[in-house]
Design a protein around this ligand. Structure first.
Ligand code: ARG
Length: 463
């Protein structure tokens, strides 16, 4: 045995130590050190179970459990001597445990493998991230509800094709995002519930001949049950794929909202003013206030979806059970989770700080013939015109207003009657944007009362 190989855990099998390139491609400690708290929690649960089942002497298990706490405190204090030659977090922790407590450390790995160990650690980590995502979304939804309630009856243009379509309320627009982020919350909750099975005790792939108690470790680690198939338990990364998928959809929602904030905060729109805290100035153009946070949130979907595609690609075609390819799962998930949590926090802060410019919203709402549909509906309701004809009459009036360079309410009654003799002065009522939104009282519609009802429903839901 060479000096170098004596460091490796499998020193008995190999004559020479790994060369530097092998070490570099093989090692994951540079990133999987983030799993240290989960690794130690898993090992402590495993040791307690080994003692309870009589596989380990109580004194050894106690020394292991105590020693692992020392290791954890060293890691937390930043004094832990991480070693690349020890490959990953699992072997780093175990080697340090041996230095601290001596021989009993060698008994910790009884009836388990790094395959079930890493799957357990990673699940625990991703499970925490599901909770963090739910918390982040809850905060963001809270911020949107404040905006929606304040502006339940503020009128703004609603768009399709980014062309003025019909007036909507500010509150209604905010609540559209509440629905999206609410579904995102549901996806993270669903993913968490599905992933909450313990791989620990699946060992390398086949289970173990030791009389372990997998229910005991599952319970200790907050899992609902042990995973039922040991091959599946070590080779499954669905939980990570599902987290990334939920994160990608959420990032799409964040990106769409961010894009709207970028547009709305421009000098051309002035629908919102973003706070200085979430904007930056330009180094050359003194007048500029750039919505950088919104732009970065808009962009984060790139890395989050990138991570998702990367892990799907890694997992595709892998035979059962564990393959080292799967070590490539972690950096993707770490980066995606970090990006998502940061985006959620930034969006929450931006929404809390932003001011909707009610006047600008209302002015914009009234322009672009936004009440043309209201006019057509009026022709149907009051004059009993077939909708197609009403559409045609309205289109002619819009064209007339366009030629005159005015909006629909500025046409005179005589001008309107020139197109359809039956039109009366009552029509002006529906041409106002306030009346337009107030009339859209169908369930889920833009009327202020509907918006208030939805705000109340969400407040109750979030408790
Ligand atoms: N560092 C490894 C990973 O992240 C741990 C599992 C290693 N298992 C093995 N049989 N080599 O996947």
């Amino acid at each position: 045995m060479t000096d170098q190989s004596s460091n490796a855990m499998w020193g008995g099998r190999f004559a020479a130590g790994p060369d530097a390139i092998m070490e570099a491609i093989n090692a994951s400690i540079g990133f999987d050190k983030r799993l240290a708290p989960q690794d130690i929690a898993g090992s402590r649960a495993h040791a307690a179970m080994l003692a309870a089942t009589g596989i380990l002497r109580d004194s050894d298990a106690a020394a292991i459990r105590e020693g692992l706490l020392t290791v954890l405190s060293e890691i937390e204090a930043g004094s832990f001597p991480f070693r690349t030659d020890l490959e990953d977090i699992h072997m780093n922790v175990e080697a340090r445990l041996k230095e601290l407590i001596g021989d009993p450390a060698g008994r910790l790995h009884t009836a388990r493998s790094r395959n079930d160990q890493v799957s357990t650690d990673f699940r625990l980590w991703v499970r925490d991230q599901c909770d963090a995502a739910v918390d982040g979304l809850r905060a963001l939804i809270g911020a949107l509800l404040v905006q929606a309630e304040a502006g339940a009856d503020w009128v703004m243009p609603g768009f399709t094709h980014l062309q003025t379509a019909q007036p909507v309320t500010w509150g209604h627009h905010m609540m559209a995002y509440v629905e999206m982020f609410g579904r995102d919350m549901g996806r993270f909750r669903d993913a968490r519930a599905r992933m909450n099975e313990s791989p620990l005790g699946a060992a390398a792939l086949a289970g173990t001949s030791f009389p372990i108690d997998r229910h005991m470790t599952a319970t200790a680690l907050g899992f609902d049950r042990p995973a039922a198939n040991s091959l599946d338990a070590v080779s499954d990364r669905d939980f990570a794929l599902e987290f990334l998928s939920a994160a990608s959809i959420c990032a799409v929602h964040l990106s769409r909202f961010a894009e709207e904030l970028v547009i709305w905060s421009s000098a051309q729109f002035r629908f919102v003013t973003l706070s200085d805290r979430f904007s930056t100035g330009s180094s050359i153009m003194p007048q500029k206030k750039n919505p950088d946070a919104a732009e970065l949130i808009r962009a984060k979907i790139g890395r989050i979806l990138g991570a998702t595609v990367a892990l799907f690609t890694v997992m595709k075609g892998l035979p059962l059970a564990y393959s080292k390819d799967m070590q490539e799962d972690k950096e993707q998930v770490f980066d995606a989770a970090d990006s998502l949590m940061l985006s959620l926090a930034a969006m929450d802060g931006m929404v809390r700080d932003m001011t909707a410019n009610r006047g600008a919203l209302e002015t914009a709402a009234a322009s672009g013939f936004s009440t043309a549909t209201d006019l057509a509906d009026w022709l149907v309701r009051v004059l009993d015109l077939p909708f197609r004809e009403a559409h045609h009459v309205t289109g002619t009036l819009v064209a007339m207003a366009e030629r005159k360079g005015c909006d629909l309410p500025e046409l005179t009654l005589a001008e309107m009657q020139g197109i359809h003799a039956g039109i009366t002065a009552d029509v002006f009522e529906v041409l106002g944007v306030q009346n337009s939104v107030a009339s859209r009282t169908s369930y889920g519609g833009t009327a202020p009362d509907q918006v208030r009802a939805q705000v109340a429903r969400w407040k109750e839901k979030l408790g």
